[in-house]
Design a protein around this ligand. Structure first.
Ligand SMILES: Cc1cc2nc3c(=O)[nH]c(=O)nc-3n(C[C@H](O)[C@H](O)[C@H](O)COP(=O)(O)OP(=O)(O)OC[C@H]3O[C@@H](n4cnc5c(N)ncnc54)[C@H](O)[C@@H]3O)c2cc1C
Length: 329
């Protein structure tokens, strides 16, 4: 009996599917197939699923796939799709916002505005889920996700629930890592297949612990102003980003004191194309799927842009996007 059949026979209420095309679950609309995808019915159902999951099964958590490239050879193991699964939001008695990991940024921003809270507008510009924003410490226009976090709820691979505070994490620019107790919070580094060194949180390994909810704090404001802010922010994004074509936002992290887009443009790489993947003319740090791009096209373009910028400027850009899965043989 296959593992998925064993899972299906248990008392799960969510949806388990096999051989799922991840192009439908990533904003680049490129890449391969996931062996299994589970979309839990709610948090309790997710815990039952994890208790039933064979220990050796690789597990990946995906929100809206807006920062994710799944290689063309696909993903072995199970993808947990949290978007539209963990979607509860409420105001707590202390005035904080409790939101589950599957809530999209735009919904969170609108919910805060509805409750006359300010400082949440920036979430509207990030087309990911709260879980993905916590994992990436996503941000824009001077605000970052973890600036708003009071506590998070996480679930381990074995289905154990933890409530953690920001002090439990090392928090940085598009970076978050659980401090390892007993090692003075120090992390071990790692090398990507392309050969440059990144911190562990940027390596796309199967996950041991992930976010299921957070309590966020916002100042009191007024809803009308917050809605105006959201509108202005979205107009700014439409004007500066190639939103008419599939993309994954900024491909590279900004190096200290500079902008990846500036370095890419200065290196003459706007419009550079490999297969269906192209460096956007509108925003040089975006790679768009201009036709039928494969994940290999996109990854090769990422590597070439990185190499050419390094050659031209001496600066090594590090990808912000996560690359998972197997290359096509
Ligand atoms: C048009 C566009 C504009 C963008 N603008 C911005 C921007 O201004 N600022 C910015 O920071 N980003 C931006 N992004 C990138 C992206 O939206 C963010 O990184 C977002 O936080 C990703 O959320 P997601 O739910 O789509 O995560 P996914 O892409 O699904 O996953 C990204 C990573 O987070 C992990 N992850 C997802 N959910 C969880 C969870 N619950 N627990 C633990 N790990 C999890 C995944 O395993 C993966 O490693 C943009 C993307 C696009 C397409």
């Amino acid at each position: 009996m296959t593992e998925s059949k064993q899972l299906a026979k248990s008392s799960l209420r969510g949806t388990l599917r096999e051989r799922v095309d991840m192009r439908k679950h990533t904003s680049w609309r490129a890449g391969g197939v996931a062996e299994r995808v589970y979309q839990p019915a709610d948090l309790d159902d997710l815990l039952v699923f994890l208790h039933n999951l064979p220990a050796e099964e690789p597990l990946y958590v995906v929100g809206l796939g807006s920062n994710l490239l799944v290689r063309d050879g696909g993903l072995r193991g199970t993808v947990l799709l949290l978007h539209s699964a963990l979607s509860e939001m409420r105001i707590e008695i202390d005035g904080s916002v409790y939101a589950e990991a599957g809530v999209p940024g735009a919904k969170l921003a609108r919910f805060a505005a509805l409750h006359d809270l300010s400082g949440a507008a920036f979430f509207a510009g990030i087309p990911g889920t709260l879980g993905g924003m916590l994992a990436m410490n996503a941000g824009c226009y001077g605000s970052e996700t973890w600036q708003k976090v009071l506590r998070v709820m996480t679930v381990s691979r074995q289905g154990e629930v933890h409530v953690r505070t920001p002090e439990d994490y090392e928090i940085g620019y598009r970076h978050i890592a659980l401090r390892e107790k007993g090692e003075g919070g120090r992390e071990k580094g790692g090398a990507t297949p392309e050969g440059f060194t990144l911190s562990p949180s940027l390596l796309s390994l199967p996950q041991e612990e992930f976010f299921v909810a957070a309590w966020l704090t916002f100042a009191r404001g007024d809803g009308a102003t917050a809605r105006q802010e959201i509108k202005a922010l979205l107009s700014k994004r439409i004007a500066s980003q190639p939103l008419h074509l599939p993309n994954a936002g900024s491909v590279f992290r900004n190096p200290p004191g500079d902008y990846a887009a500036r370095l890419i443009e200065q290196s003459g790489l706007k419009g550079k194309q490999i297969g269906g993947a192209r460096v956007s003319e509108k925003h040089a740090n975006f790679i768009v799927n201009a036709g039928d791009a494969s994940a290999a096209d996109i990854e090769q373009l990422i590597n070439e842009v990185q190499a050419e910028v390094r050659q031209n400027t001496g600066i090594c850009l590090h990808p912000e996007v996560r690359i998972v899965g197997e290359k096509k043989p």
